[in-house]
Design a protein around this ligand. Structure first.
Ligand code: SF4
Ligand code: SF4
Length: 151
């Protein structure tokens, strides 16, 4: 069942996630490899009237590495968590033998969702309420936007 496969234990619908099968990681990796090949780090470290911005190259490399390393080619349930790492919600569901938090009587008061709020607001719990109402096969068209900046 495709809808179940793409629905994480926390109520997130993975195909809406910015990391899901993203292109930016591919481009970032290509750029990273190219910059290493031409020793751009050495060029950037030497003070010069050309490209003063390159003095921040270390910070740029850090971001570039993060972009290259956050690809997620599988939905959470299939891939074993975000980029393959299970979160505390997933671990809790599996330890309770729940298919997802929609099976849990504690979901309304559960604080394990707090780390998702800065980017996703109340989306995960809102989605869980939709799953409880419409069922795992028919809830997707009723889901919330993934990120708080999406209308
Ligand atoms: S597993 Fe996590 S990072 Fe990957 S697509 Fe789903 S929500 Fe996004
Ligand atoms: S306590 Fe319930 S709602 Fe909270 S993470 Fe565990 S299974 Fe999900």
């Amino acid at each position: 069942m495709k809808s179940k496969k793409n629905t994480a234990c926390c109520g997130i619908y993975c195909p809406d996630c910015i990391h899901y099968k993203n292109k930016y990681s591919v481009y970032a990796l290509l750029l990273k490899e190219h910059l290493i090949e031409i020793n751009f780090d050495k060029y950037a470290k030497i003070k010069s009237p050309f490209g003063e911005q390159f003095q921040k190259y270390d910070e740029f490399e850090e971001v570039l590495n993060a972009l290259a390393g956050t690809e997620c080619n599988w939905a959470c349930r299939v891939g074993g968590g975000c980029s393959g790492v299970p979160c505390k919600i997933m671990e809790c569901c599996f330890s309770n033998e729940y298919e997802g938090c929609w099976d849990c009587p504690e979901v309304e008061g559960c604080d394990k969702f707090d780390f998702l709020a800065p980017r996703c607001g109340q989306m995960p719990k809102n989605n869980i309420r939709k799953i409880q109402k419409f069922g795992l096969q028919h809830w997707i068209e009723h889901r919330d936007n993934f990120y708080i900046w999406q209308k």
